[in-house]
Ligand binder design. Structure first.
Ligand code: MN
Length: 441
């Protein structure tokens, strides 16, 4: 399998005790992020078990040489754009060096000797959005979510005619992307549901989440120079989870003819760690064959190697915890379980399509995949699907019910990649709690 190397070796234990068999951040994950401590400003770090490895201090201690040093210098910064711009070779060199520094063995000696200064307890740190995000594009590549929406809108057939030809997307808002844990204020807006005759202004009554993958763009392309599909994968650095919070009653009224606007720009939550494509190499899989009768993608979207290994098998779940559940000390309840393999388009197809007319991507840009619903109800990735636009109440173990999110609800997205013979790796939580809308006045 391409890109499998010693950094995926499950038999190598870490010397960082909390990382041993860690279900999210074992030695084989090594995701990059930006953190701060009570005493120190934001800088780059790497999650290892329950701790964060401080790249700035490691760099100052002289633990890197050659291309790994170049990558570490870029990844130690308060934003990771320059690191993302570097591309695969230096990034992979840094990953190999980090693995050697954190695995049991002679090479780890200098890092172990400095462990008291190089490691921070993650729960004592604050995580930040890891890049200055220039642009955020949200795709619509979860075909079951698209299909379910068409069914609820009584379209026949449910999918619009372009869906299987075009990786549909809209340009969304980068400024309101927040790291996990940031409270999400219920938006006020102009609302009108299909059962109402006129719009009104006030707090959204149909506040929803969307279970999405976040795709971090690394090296960009010059304006006017499309990225061919065969090279498109090289422009993806890694993945995170992304919650595209959506005010459905605002969306229903505003979206025609130009698409979502205020219904989705009041906040987007991401998990703060960039899980690299190198870490995810064992979890690649072939893009599932298109169902009989579906059109073959146009040539600019077709690449044999991308079809053979451009998809990912990554389990996803959505959990909710209401204020009553929190007060009672009840664990979060799983609303849904899905998988990244349900994407109709690969990440490379998204990159190739985004740039085919000459649009330039830049390091630190982010894509949302679109809502990643599974085919069946147990894996639907939004409340508009699970509650059928608010017509079916969802029962929670606390005895409460929900159609859409209520104030105080916490919504958590998680991802976990598992494969026999390899360490399970996760992404870390993508969580946000709903705060009441600002009073009108
Ligand atoms: Mn979305």
């Amino acid at each position: 399998m391409p890109d499998i190397d010693e950094t995926h070796d499950i038999s190598r234990p870490p010397w960082v005790a909390s990382a041993l068999s860690h279900p999210v951040f074992p030695l084989q994950n090594l995701p990059f992020g930006v953190f701060s401590t009570a005493a120190e400003d934001p800088r780059g770090g790497v999650a290892i078990g329950d701790e964060i490895f401080d790249l700035k201090r490691a760099l100052e201690a002289g633990l890197f040489t050659g291309p790994a040093r170049d990558a570490a210098a870029a990844a130690a910064a308060p934003t990771l754009n320059a690191f993302m711009a570097l591309g695969k070779a230096p990034r992979a060199a840094l990953r190999k060096r980090l693995f050697a520094l954190l695995a049991e063995g002679d090479e780890a000696a200098p890092a172990r000797a400095l462990s008291a200064t190089l490691l921070h307890r993650a729960d004592a740190c604050t995580m930040h959005v890891p890049a200055a995000i220039g642009s955020y594009t949200d795709f619509f590549a979860g075909i079951h979510h698209a299909y379910n929406g068409g069914v609820r809108n009584k379209r026949n057939p449910p999918l619009l005619p372009n869906y299987k030809y075009v990786p549909v997307a809209y340009h969304s808002r980068a400024s309101s992307i927040c790291p996990s844990g940031t409270p999400v204020r219920r938006p006020n807006g102009q609302r009108k549901r299909v059962d109402e005759s006129a719009p009104s202004f006030g707090p959204s009554r149909n506040l929803d989440f969307e279970l999405e993958l976040g795709v971090w763009i690394g090296p960009g392309n010059a304006l006017g120079e499309p990225i061919p599909i065969a090279r498109a994968g090289e422009h993806v650095v890694g993945l995170c989870m992304l919650n595209d919070w959506s005010a459905r009653d605002v969306q229903a009224w505003e979206y025609q003819p130009l698409g979502p606007f205020l219904s989705k720009n009041f906040g987007t939550t991401i998990s703060p760690w960039i899980v690299t494509v190198e870490a995810l190499a064992p979890f690649r899989r072939a893009q599932p064959p298109r169902p009989e009768g579906d059109p073959r993608p146009l040539p600019y979207l077709w690449d044999e190697a991308d079809q053979a290994g451009g998809a990912f098998d990554i389990g996803l779940e959505v959990l909710i915890r209401t204020t009553a559940m929190r007060d009672a000390g009840v664990a979060a309840h799983r609303l849904s379980a899905s998988n990244v393999k349900h994407l109709y388009w690969t990440l490379a197809q998204m990159v190739a399509h985004h740039t085919c007319g000459g649009c330039n991507l830049e390091p630190g840009d982010i894509f949302g995949s679109g809502t990643l619903s599974a085919p069946d109800r147990s894996g639907w990735g939004s409340l508009s699907e699970l509650s059928e636009d608010g017509t079916t109440r969802i029962e929670l173990p606390s005895g409460e019910t929900r159609t859409f999110l209520e104030d105080g609800d916490e919504l958590i997205l998680r991802a976990s990649a598992q494969r026999e013979g390899y360490a399970t790796i996760g992404f870390g939580d993508c969580a946000g709690r709903i705060m009441p809308a600002l009073a009108l006045g």
